[in-house]
Design a protein around this ligand. Structure first.
Ligand code: MTE
Ligand code: CO
Length: 424
């Protein structure tokens, strides 16, 4: 392993010779190098006419040339579109914030359409006074803003038995990362009055939708950082993400992030609902199941190059980019390997890792035009290192669905194309 001081950082000189090499490679494949470029020499229509006026799109959509940067389904996973899932196009995004318009959706009984006026949140059970809040009531409590990732426990779940889906969107796209505005759940629980010792107590949370998606959450977490959120990335939650109010459970599996939040009941015990027994539990190699797995452990993926984002230039300077995250806290380091995990270089974090939020990493490097077995490996503030697939299988076997945070491998070909593979 090399440390960051040894990481490949092309000097200006290396960069120039790299660029020249890339130019040479391009010149060899195209006849245009000597010809005048009309994009430079000719006046283009957009420079000789008028553009759209300010009223053309009162609420803007992405320009039509980006029409392929959309959520996508995996056909064989999508028996129906109501109780289903789609995937964030992480291969085409940069930075860390996921626009709501392309953030993955997971519904158990479809996205419901409710107004703020019809919205109610009830807190009951072991409280001094059961309360019902309207949407406007929630706006009167002190609120906070936090950026957090939300990862479905089933993200990467199709990869247990072998490399299956060809694209970071499909292998790792059940994740989004938004800035939430909301009221700490703690504030609302205290408003209802928590009497006596809350150690070992639970809350049971459910949504207004027909599935209700009920989940039990230990009181300790409920009183820590759970948010009752009504805005994401500055604007109202989209219908599909729980308008008007959803629960945000930082670092914990997406299934606990109740959308269209209807009720919080304080209880002595966990309910052991469908969503936390027959679903969202982890099968181990010996056939038994783990009772609870709430935290999403450290994980990372290279988003570019990747199967949907091939290399489009010749040998020379190249940027390898990806995302890393940990439900245990902040990402402190990401390593990248070009040879399937034999040697590693430390990537550059675009910003210091933030707790329970996506971290963007870059490896500014040189491509020799040859094959690569690209991998990334995340390390978080607890010192936890993202495991290999083999390490994870030793404990979990191959019949799991949830909580697959193993190292991903992309096989990059000399053509620049990439495919999903496994290395042993
Ligand atoms: N909340 C309700 N009420 N109904 C649901 O079907 N799906 C859960 C969770 N909260 C669900 C829900 C699951 S499994 C996940 S992964 C996240 O919401 C997905 O949130 P998103 O659709 O905003 O991506
Ligand atoms: Co989920």
């Amino acid at each position: 392993m090399t440390d960051s001081s040894n990481a490949i950082k092309p000097s200006r000189r290396a960069f120039l010779s790299g660029a020249a090499a890339a130019g040479a490679a391009l010149a060899a494949t195209g006849a245009q190098a000597q010809a005048p470029d009309p994009m430079i020499t000719e006046v283009q229509p957009w420079a000789s006419g008028l553009g759209d006026g300010v009223d053309a799109s009162p609420y803007g959509l992405p320009i039509r040339h980006e029409a392929d940067v959309v959520r996508r389904n995996v056909e064989w996973l999508t028996a129906d579109t109501i109780s289903s899932i789609n995937f964030t196009p992480i291969h085409a995004l940069d930075g860390t914030i996921t626009p709501q318009g392309c953030a993955f959706e997971r519904h158990h009984s479809g996205a419901i359409d409710m107004t703020k006026a019809d919205y109610r949140l009830m807190i009951n059970g072991l409280v001094d006074r059961p309360l019902i809040f309207t949407y406007d009531d929630l706006l009167r409590f002190p609120r906070e803003n936090h950026v957090y990732f939300c990862e479905c426990a089933a993200n990467t779940g199709m990869e247990w038995a072998g490399a299956q889906l060809n694209g970071a969107q499909f292998t790792h796209g059940m994740i989004h990362n938004m800035e939430y505005s909301g009221v700490p759940l703690r504030t609302l629980l205290n408003e209802a009055g928590l009497s006596g010792d809350m150690a070992g107590k639970w809350i049971y949370v459910e949504g207004h939708d027909a599935s209700s998606n009920g989940r039990s959450i230990p009181m300790e977490k409920a009183l820590d950082d759970v948010l009752v959120a009504f805005k994401a990335n500055g604007e109202a939650l989209r219908k599909e993400h729980g308008y008007p109010v959803r629960l945000v459970v930082p670092g914990w599996e997406g299934n606990m992030w109740i959308k269209w939040l209807r009720r919080v009941e304080v209880m002595d015990n966990a309910v052991e609902s469908r969503e936390e027994t027959s679903k969202y539990t982890d099968t181990l190699a010996d056939g038994t199941s783990r009772k609870w797995t709430w935290v999403m452990d450290a994980k990372s993926v290279i988003t570019s190059p990747s199967p949907q984002a091939p290399i489009k230039h010749g040998p020379g300077p190249m940027v390898i980019s990806g995302l890393a995250w940990s439900g245990q806290g902040a990402i402190t380091r990401v390593d990248v390997s070009k040879d399937g995990g034999i040697t590693w270089e430390t990537a550059r974090l675009a910003k210091p890792g933030e707790r329970m939020a996506l971290t963007r990493f870059y490896l500014d490097t040189t491509w020799d035009g040859g094959e690569m077995l690209l991998q990334s490996r995340a390390i978080d503030e607890t010192g936890y290192v993202q495991p290999t697939k083999a390490q994870l299988r030793e404990v979990r076997g191959e019949n799991s669905i949830y909580h697959n945070n193993c190292i991903q491998t992309w096989h990059v070909l000399p053509t620049g194309e990439a495919e999903n593979v496994e290395v042993s």
